[in-house]
Each structure stands twice: as C-alpha cells, then as structure tokens.
Ligand binder design. Structure first.
Ligand code: ATP
Ligand code: MG
Length: 486
C-alpha cells in the first residue's frame, strides 16, 4: 500500500528537537516544545467549538506568534486553513470567506469588527485564547494528499483564485528548497513577508521540517531588518525587490556579516540595477521564481551561479521540471521565448471550486504558469513577463518588465510601469508611467532609454504619477495602467 502519511510535523519536531528555538518575535521566543504545547491549547479550543476534520477555517491576522499558533492549531484539528490577506477590502474578505466555504473566521482585534460575516461565524482571538483547553484528540499524522491550505492568488491579472496546497506540496517545497540552498544547523530565516502569502507561509513549513528558527517581523521595516541581519544572526531572508531597495538605502555604507548567507529574492521581476547594486556590495542575492500555485519556489539560482547568471531565476529545484512551450504548442528551442510550464510535487492540486480554471491550468500534471520565459544554452531560466502583459508591436514582442528595468536604472526614477497602447501603424506601442524623486522631464528620460533600448521598445510617451496602481500584495497592476493612458 502506498504510504501517504507522515507524523504531524510540529509534534514530530517537538519530539526530535524540543529545546531548539522555533520562533522569535520582538516580544517572545518559543522552543518547538513550547510551540507544540501552545498549539494544543488552541486546537482544543477549536475542537470545543465543533471544528472537525475537513472543515475550512479562515484566518485574518497579521504576522505574529499568535498567527503561527493558530495556523498549526487548524492543522491539529485536521482542518484546512484559508489565509486571508489583511490588506484586502471588506468585500474581498467576504467574497473569499464565502467562496472558500469556511465554517469560521478567526480574526485579530484590528480586523474583527470590520469582517462582514455573521457573528456566529466569527471568532476573535481573545475568545480563542480564553477558551484554551487541551484537546481530547488531535491529528497525530498528516495526510500528504490533504489540502492543508487554501490561499488566494494575488489578483494581479484578475480575480484571485483559491489555490489548494496539500501537505505533500509543502513538504516537497521545503525539501526542494533545502536541496538547493543547503541546511545549516545555525540557520535562522527572517520572515517579514506576510504569512498569508506563500512567501511567508513556506518559511513556517521549512521551520518545522528543518528544525530551524524563524525570526518573525510584524511588518517590513528596513532599519529593524538590517539590525536583525547585522546583530541577530539572521542567515536567510525572503524579500521582494521593493523591500531589498529599502534595505540597501538604509544600509548605506555598512555591510552584512558573513553569517548572512542568502537574500532570497522573488515575487516579481528584479530590476537589473538592483541586482548590480547587490553585486557591488557583495550581498548574496539569490533570485527565485515561484507562485502561489507552486507552493513557493519553483526555480532558484544556486549560489555558485549567482554572479555568472545575473538576472536568471536559475534552474528548477531538484524535484521539479520546467519546459518552455511556444504558441504553436511545440517546445521552444534554446533562448526562444514561450510559456513557462512546470511540473513537480509542489504544484497545487487545483483551484478550489473552479473546475474549468483547473482544467485549463493543469494538463497531464503540467501547470500553465501564464508567464513567458526562455531557457539559455545551460538550462537557466529567464522569466520575461506575464503572457497577459505582452506588447506586440509591428510583429515584435515587447516585454514591459525589460523597459521598466531600464527606466529604473535612471537615478531619479523610483518606480516605473509600462503597458501597451493602441497605435495605428504598429498595432501596439509601449507607454510608461513613472514615479520620479525630483524634477525629471519626459524628454530626458526618453533620451536616456533610447540609449539602452532598441527603437521599437522606447516608450511612445511617459506620464509622471505620484504612485502606481498596485494590488494588496503591492504588485504592479499593468491592466489598470491601460485605463490611465489619456
Ligand atoms: P494572479 O495569479 O491572481 O494574477 P499573481 O500571479 O501575482 O496573481 P502570485 O502567485 O502571488 O500571484 O505571484 C506569482 C507570479 O509572480 C508569477 O506567476 C510571476 O508572474 C511573478 N513572479 C514570481 N517570481 C518572479 C520572478 N523571479 N521574475 C518575474 N516574475 C516573477
Ligand atoms: Mg498568477
């Protein structure tokens, strides 16, 4: 018979290395044994409220030790955690709560009153903690095929879809990551990215699977994160490019100690100027490509290739495969762009309650990522852009991310967003929206980009704005830019 169960991860970890530090926050520090015991109390409370195996429980909380405890407690009950983004609107919370068919929503005090859900389906954290009791029974084993988490995609290209991530997906994601980055006994992974995103949640799973400390930050603050890296033995941190930008600005002339071994950069395109700055400062930046549907990293550049292949998202993790497929359905040749297709044990089971979308996305185990990329002659992946944002101009493909990256090389440009606008002659032409720090004229910037870009890629026009449209994950929404063109 096929074995598809493992011991409950946190319980097993508390048994194997009880004294090791599981979690550090500004207020407290917990060993794995202490964490397990705290989780038992919450699992008992949830059980007392009638939560059973197979139920869906929505969680609406910001990064905190309490959130970590609640997430594990949901697993101890055999239930599925539906993680809600705290930055969404009330309507969006309501939609995801109803769509996921959650039985209960657990919200922290700052959100509780704003949750538009029937009172008897809401549980405030204070109540959860007041109800603490040891459970009579809890899940001793995790079934790898069970959906551990339903997590909605960021909604960059459309309405967010609920991704079903199984325990098996998370297990293989953690193992794949370790086989790439290596495991050091002294590792401490700093999580300032939200736990309701796969970038943050995956750190919690790695923690229990590896026996590794998580240094949990409530929010991103460049100063306190740099202090943590410099003085508190952080060895790995997950960041997106805007965070890294802020950290470099704050770091000024200082440098990171040798104990810091990995700046894992993902979530979106990385501007070349940022990567070069890291190179100059000797910062061990490791680019990675992944999505909610792949339960975190899918491809990652290994340390030894980080300088040689600057700008690449690396090779697939050990258990994973990537192929690039052209519009025609044929596999692309070396350096030829096409859709990135991925297959591996960390790829989601499907979209919750979306049979059609699942059938479109998953084909014989291969996931259509909707992203365009190319593989170089050594098998390194370069992510070019999202398929839906591609600009086709006079038969040439233009990737907005490439133009944005060039615009951001200008010292006065803070942010840039590019979209395609209709043009009588070329079909479509690129148009840029820019946030600049000081007086900068469109002509100056056009002149600057003309030196670095082929003529057909130079934006047809530039509009300066005070901010760019971003979703609740702070990702650029290029389809909104389209409507801003006058
Ligand atoms: P939605 O699917 O709802 O439109 P989303 O795709 O932004 O939202 P996520 O799962 O959070 O939701 O993000 C995954 C996407 O982020 C990838 O499909 C890709 O477009 C982008 N991305 C991730 N890593 C990289 C990278 N290294 N380079 C370029 N893009 C990346
Ligand atoms: Mg997506």
């Amino acid at each position: 018979m096929e074995t598809t169960t493992m011991p409950n991860w946190l319980k097993q970890r508390a048994y194997m290395t009880p004294e090791r530090i599981a979690l550090e926050t500004a207020e407290e520090s917990l060993t794995f044994l202490e964490l397990h015991e705290e989780v038992l109390g919450r699992a008992g409370a949830l059980g007392g409220l009638g939560i059973q195996k197979g139920d869906h429980i929505a969680i609406l909380m910001g990064n905190s030790a309490e959130m970590v405890k609640i997430i594990h407690a949901v697993f101890y009950c055999g239930a599925t955690a539906v993680l809600l983004n705290t930055r969404l609107t009330e309507e969006e919370w309501e939609y995801q709560f109803l769509d996921s068919k959650a039985k209960l929503i657990i919200a922290s005090p700052e959100y509780y009153d704003r949750v538009p859900v029937n009172e008897n389906k809401k549980l405030s954290l204070m109540d959860a903690v007041r109800l603490l009791q040891k459970p009579a029974v809890y899940e001793e084993e995790y079934d790898l095929n069970q959906t551990a988490v339903i997590m909605y995609t960021s909604g960059t290209t459309g309405k967010p879809k609920g991704v079903m991530q199984t325990f098996g997906n998370h297990y293989w994601s953690a193992v794949g990551s370790a086989l790439n980055l290596g495991l050091h006994t002294e590792d401490k992974w700093l999580a300032a990215v939200p736990l309701f995103h796969i970038s943050g949640l995956s750190i919690l799973f790695r923690s229990v699977i590896y026996g590794m400390t998580v240094s949990l930050h409530e929010r991103f603050d460049a100063e306190s994160i740099n202090q943590s890296i410099i003085h508190n033995k952080t060895s790995i941190i997950s960041v997106v490019s805007t965070m890294l930008d802020g950290m470099l600005e704050n770091l000024k002339e200082c440098s990171y100690p040798k104990t810091f071994r990995c700046m894992l950069l993902g979530g979106g395109p990385a501007p070349a100027s940022l990567l070069n700055q890291c190179k100059e400062k000797d910062i061990p930046v490791v680019q990675t490509y992944g999505m909610t549907e792949t339960s975190s990293q899918f491809a990652t550049l290994s340390m030894e290739d980080s300088l040689r292949k600057l700008g690449s998202a690396g090779k697939p993790l050990f258990p994973c495969q990537i192929k690039i497929v052209k519009e025609s359905g044929d596999e692309a040749g070396t350096n030829e762009p096409g859709e990135i297709m991925v297959k591996g044990p960390n790829v989601m089971k499907g979209y919750w309650n979306r049979q059609e979308a699942t059938a479109r996305a998953l084909e014989n185990g291969w996931l259509h990522t909707g992203d365009i990329g190319r593989m170089d002659e050594d098998g390194f992946l370069y992510v070019l852009d999202r398929r839906s944002d591609l600009i086709i101009s006079g038969g040439e493909n233009i990737y907005p991310a490439e133009i944005e990256s060039v615009l951001m090389e200008h010292p006065l440009v803070k942010e840039a967003g590019v979209t395609g606008v209709t043009d009588e002659k070329w079909g479509q032409v690129p148009y840029a929206f820019v946030v600049a720090s000081e007086n900068l004229t469109a002509n100056e910037l056009l002149h600057f980009s003309a030196k670095k870009l082929a003529k057909y890629k130079v934006p047809k026009g530039i509009t300066f704005v005070s901010e760019l449209p971003r979703n609740a994950s702070r990702k650029l929404q290029r389809h909104v830019l389209k409507g801003m063109v006058q």
